[in-house]
Write a protein that binds this ligand. Structure first.
Ligand SMILES: NC(=O)c1ccc[n+]([C@@H]2O[C@H](COP(=O)([O-])OP(=O)(O)OC[C@H]3O[C@@H](n4cnc5c(N)ncnc54)[C@H](OP(=O)(O)O)[C@@H]3O)[C@@H](O)[C@H]2O)c1
Length: 267
């Protein structure tokens, strides 16, 4: 996909990989819609330096009602979303945290909120690119306890499960889309130095520019990427669980149940 003159929505544009990606996209695409949890006034350092047409919208992924409003705000701003990059994400925390919606916070931020936003934009989206993580490869889905209330919670485990959920969702969604005009893929952006990486792992990462370039490389692929998973910029195999129809189906049923209080059913 040639991104020139396209409308691109990017979540989590205020820091790390997303911030560099915003800088790369600004002035190159037709209309860049950026999301962050920070108020616009706090983002002047980023936004004032961006060329081209830019819209900035705020929402905390820890509050589902804010994601519903974010979807409405994007719909009001654009008729079409050629590319939706679902990049916003957080680290798992050492102690289990619960959001204002009563849901395990990492699952909500990294998975449920992304599903809500994608569902809100689905009738006008071209390419959905969900930023997952290679940690999903060794994860399992606790389908009967997605909120990890039972024994054995860990921050890395919660993060990895949330990323397996988004990869599984992406594979499920790809099966519902019609390929040429609408498609969904997920990817691992690399091991990248960021607040998120430092929040979970004591390892050095590559600079955020590498993650941004990997996302640009996948987002710009000319062929259909519907249902694909990428490790950095190369096609790779996702966790086999993500491809199992029974797992996808149960995940979507449980996702719908978690989202029923806000009246969203992604199925
Ligand atoms: N870094 C890695 O090695 C790595 C590896 C695999 C996958 N990833 C994925 O890549 C994506 C970007 O991560 P990153 O490394 O660039 O991390 P980052 O520097 O921490 O950036 C994460 C972005 O998400 C936003 N965000 C976090 N919590 C949010 C919330 N509750 N509501 C709304 N926005 C929120 C952050 O906003 P503020 O910072 O402004 O609060 C920031 O803009 C994530 O999905 C992450 O899981 C990263």
């Amino acid at each position: 996909m040639d991104l020139t003159d396209r409308t691109v929505v990017l979540t989590g544009a205020t820091d790390g990989i997303g911030r560099v990606l915003a800088l790369r996209l600004a002035g190159r695409v037709g209309h860049l819609v950026l999301h962050g949890p920070q108020p616009r006034s706090a983002m002047a350092g980023l936004l004032d330096g961006l060329g081209g047409r830019v819209t900035y919208l705020t929402a905390d992924f820890g509050h589902l009602d804010q994601i519903v409003r974010l979807g409405e705000g994007i719909r009001a701003a654009v008729d079409r979303v050629d590319l939706l990059v679902n990049n916003a994400g957080r680290a798992g925390t050492p102690r289990r945290e619960v959001s204002a919606d009563g849901i395990e916070a990492t699952l909500q931020t990294n998975y449920l909120s992304t599903v809500v936003l994608t569902t809100a934009l689905l009738d006008r989206v071209g390419r959905v690119l969900d930023i997952a993580s290679a940690t999903h490869l060794s994860a399992k889905l606790r389908l009967a306890d997605l909120g990890l209330a039972g024994p054995g919670y860990s921050g890395v485990g919660a993060y990895a499960q949330s990323k397996l959920a988004i990869v599984t969702y992406t594979c499920w969604l790809a099966g519902r889309l019609d390929g040429p005009t609408a498609e969904a893929a997920s990817m691992h952006p690399g091991i990248i130095q960021s607040g998120l990486l430092a929040g979970m792992f004591s390892i050095e990462g590559d600079p955020p520019s590498r993650g941004a370039d990997n996302i640009l490389s996948v987002a710009g692929r000319p062929e259909s990427i519907n249902g694909r998973y990428f490790d950095e910029s190369e096609p790779a195999r996702p966790n086999p669980l993500a491809l199992e129809p029974a797992v996808q189906s149960e995940l979507m049923d449980r996702t719908a149940a978690l989202l029923s209080p806000i009246g969203v059913d992604p199925r």
